[in-house]
Design a protein around this ligand. Structure first.
Ligand code: TGC
Ligand code: FAD
Length: 387
């Protein structure tokens, strides 16, 4: 029996019926709705906002949250598969879902009051309220402990001043989860679009994640009511706890991007005739394709086990760091190699490889750079903090 070229270890057989159904639904959405338009959207540097309604209808926003808040009650493996299938289309679409689900709905769910959950989560699940997550600041995202944005108590309100940079969804967002330093440690605030002193400015000229909105946020004495402070967490563990959720999903996403690239390169190399034989008939080419399959298979098994650990409540942040590092590295190497196998044809967005390769430059950088995750693993091994 022939093996599936993108699932050589039959990882799919390890999925439950529900997990397979989720994967199939999102795969269909990506094939029918994302892939036909995404090359142009990337060219035009346009986030395809017209897809948000369908993404919400499919239940992909806050998919793991309880149904009482509009969530889908899915497990973490299903969420991972959603990320994988969306990123097979484009990292920008997966980013939109990651930020809304893991970085905006999750902190409201995990750190918010019942009133805050009722107020925002159902509308966010329906795609009526879009969120963004403001942690990174212009002076250095790897070191969020050195945060300059401050929140000062003023009667019943807080006054927020500072700036955030590289914020996904910034100009699309109705609300921003902004992390700020207070006298009592770092705290999270829900800043609403239109609050005086709050502005978002889109970052242009990106060569990566062009089908995604990235912005700077500016806060100049923004008056935020106490009702918008997330009361149930203080300190850096608040934002880092959100990052653990999002990074987990990001371990799965690049598997999708890598599969899309391998699919394209396999098809191309079997059809392209050079020196009187298909490109794929050369040993040097088969070695490269086999290497891609090896890396994808390892990444699939890593993410699946990570998801099973997460669903069992046993996942450690260091394990997420290892998988985020491994899977982003595996995907960017594959995307670049596939681009090369396409020759000159590989340099336009008519083919997917260069788009994925460029997108993955962001994916390997955001949510903790490759170096940050390597140092997290190094710290675990040695017990020495090298940051
Ligand atoms: P440390 O000072 O030791 O710890 C602070 C507190 O946080 C706890 N903690 C974690 N909790 C949950 N998850 C984690 N991953 C955690 N890591 C640490 C820790 O236990 C401690 O708690 P407590 O109770 O003792 O106060 O912090 P650290 O030394 O571990 O952190 C250093 C470092 C470099 C790893 C951290 O600062 C870091 O991860 N830096 C990278 C920052 C980053 O990833 N930024 C991402 C911004 S968001 C983004 O990129 C979105 S892109 C989205 C998209 O478009 O898809
Ligand atoms: P820096 O922290 O300045 O790092 C520069 C270089 O130094 C990197 O190579 C890094 O690995 C290296 N380095 C850092 N520390 C060390 C060390 N101790 N030893 C050795 N090398 C080190 N942030 C948000 O808060 N919300 C978002 O929604 C969001 N979306 C993003 C979307 C995109 C498209 C991008 C590109 C970024 C986004 N980010 C977001 C920001 C992202 O998290 C940061 O870019 C990332 O954390 C790195 O921070 P930095 O860019 O300031 O780089």
């Amino acid at each position: 029996m022939a093996l599936h070229p993108y699932d050589l270890y039959d990882v799919r057989s390890l999925l439950s019926e529900e997990e397979r159904a989720v994967q199939d639904t999102v795969a269909r959405f990506t094939d029918e709705r994302v892939i036909p338009i995404i090359g142009d959207a990337f060219d035009e540097a346009r986030f395809p906002r017209e897809l948000v309604g369908e993404i919400a209808e499919l239940g992909l926003l806050g998919s793991t949250l309880p149904e009482q808040y509009g969530g889908g009650g899915l497990n973490s493996v299903s969420y991972g598969l959603i990320c994988q299938e969306l990123e097979r289309g484009d990292s920008g679409i997966r980013s939109f879902v990651s930020v809304q689900s893991s970085l905006c709905m999750y902190p409201i769910f995990a750190y918010g009051t019942e009133e805050q959950k009722q107020r925002w989560l159902p509308d966010m699940a329906a795609g009526k309220v879009i969120g963004c997550f403001g942690l990174t600041e212009p002076h250095g995202g790897s070191d969020p402990a050195n945060m300059k944005t401050v929140a000062k108590r003023d009667g019943d309100d807080w006054l927020l001043t500072g700036s955030k940079m590289w914020i996904t969804n910034g100009n699309l967002a109705d609300i921003a989860i902004v992390w700020a330093r207070t006298d009592d440690g770092i705290q999270g605030f829900v800043v609403e679009k239109g609050m005086p002193g709050f502005a978002a400015q889109e970052i242009k000229h990106k060569m990566s994640l062009r089908a995604s909105v990235t912005s700077s946020l500016f806060l100049d004495n923004v008056r935020v009511p106490e009702a918008n402070r997330l009361p149930n967490v203080k300190g850096l563990k608040g934002p880092l706890g959100c990052l653990t959720q999002a990074r987990y999903g990001i371990t799965w996403g690049p598997i999708g991007a890598a599969i899309a690239c391998l699919d394209e390169a396999l098809g191309y190399s079997k059809e392209r005739i050079l020196f009187d034989r298909p490109l794929a008939a050369n040993q040097a080419v088969q070695l490269r394709l086999a290497e891609m399959a090896r890396k994808i298979t390892s990444a699939q098994l890593l993410s699946l086990q990570l998801g099973r650990l997460k669903d069992a409540g046993k996942m450690a942040p260091t394990q997420v760091s290892l998988a985020k590092w491994n899977n982003c590295r595996m995907a960017i190497d594959i995307a670049r190699d596939c681009r090369d196998l396409l020759g000159g044809a590989g340099i336009t967005t008519e083919h997917a490889a260069i788009r994925h390769a460029l997108n993955l430059e962001s994916v390997i950088t955001y949510e903790g750079t490759e170096t940050v995750h390597q140092l997290v693993v190094g710290r675990e091994l040695t017990g020495i903090n090298a940051f």
